[in-house]
Design a protein around this ligand. Structure first.
Ligand SMILES: Cc1cc2nc3c(=O)[nH]c(=O)nc-3n(C[C@H](O)[C@H](O)[C@H](O)COP(=O)(O)O)c2cc1C
Length: 248
């Protein structure tokens, strides 16, 4: 229990890796964790593409500019996946309800793939490995990546994750206090601005003093810059092009 507690409390994203390969035993531990992820309806609406081929990793790096993809040993791409059940339903001559054309259908795939990614992250860390989720796998040029990975219709990328033997021990990032995250019985109704402001100041202080590259960023404007960047992404077009009509 103490080990698991420590594992959760000390988890950080790791972005620098040794050249040493990840052992097959560790990968099998990660895959067992992924396989036994809880999924909506037990429908297992997800798949993972393991990329270990360096040429493909370099291509993914060229698209995303995320160095971790080319320096990690294994890059996993977590996808929402309705292709597999569509194949089975067709084989059995069953009508496929257009659930994937609904927002909930998309959310179900995203939730299943995200939980699988979290299972993988904790399993990797328990094997002494380091990992970093790479959202740019979804946002940078998802159609090109879907083509590169030969994703069939009914499958779209949710997020990537780089895994390797860690070459750094990053500082723990301060997170929002329990009072901001865990609401008891109902959502907080008091003014949260003071607590949020304190958190913003705490992160600004951390950014000035952390080991490695320091910055003058506060938390709020830094995150809002990401939201601004996100306005350019054409994720809906991409998801539609993968066979999800998103009509309701
Ligand atoms: C869905 C998701 C996407 C992410 N995408 C990236 C990414 O593209 N590049 C990156 O360097 N880190 C990425 N991260 C890592 C976050 O920056 C990191 O989790 C956050 O800064 C908190 O730091 P910590 O994980 O060390 O606590 C991503 C994390 C998540 C959960």
């Amino acid at each position: 229990m103490n080990d698991i507690k420590r594992l959760f409390e000390t988890r950080t994203s790791v972005r620098r890796y040794e050249r040493e390969p990840v052992s097959e035993i560790a990968m099998q531990t990660i895959y067992a964790a992924i396989r036994n992820t809880p999924t909506s309806y037990n429908g297992q609406q997800f798949s993972v593409v393991e990329v270990s081929n360096q040429d493909i990793k370099e291509k993914l790096y060229d698209i995303t500019q995320q160095k971790q993809i080319k320096t990690c040993n294994k890059f996993l791409v977590f996808c929402a996946d309705y292709h597999k059940i569509q194949v089975l339903a067709k084989t059995k001559g069953l009508d496929f309800p257009p659930f994937i054309d609904t927002l909930d259908g998309v959310m179900v795939g995203v939730i299943d793939a995200s939980l699988a990614m979290m299972s993988a992250s904790i399993a990797a860390q328990s094997c002494g490995l380091g990992c970093c989720c790479i959202g740019y796998t979804r946002t940078a040029n998802p159609s090109k990546i879907a083509e590169l990975l030969m994703l069939p219709k009914g499958v779209f990328i949710v997020c990537g994750m780089a895994i390797g033997v860690p070459r750094e021990t990053p500082d723990l990032k301060p997170k929002q206090s329990q009072d901001l995250l865990i609401h008891k019985d109902n959502y907080r109704t008091d003014d949260i601005s003071k607590d949020m402001n304190e958190y913003d100041i705490q992160i600004a202080e951390y950014n000035k003093t952390r080991s490695g590259t320091t910055s003058d960023n506060d938390w709020c404007s830094h995150i809002l810059d990401y939201y601004k960047e996100g306005l350019q992404y054409k994720i809906k077009d991409y998801i539609v092009s993968q066979g999800f009509d998103l009509i309701r």
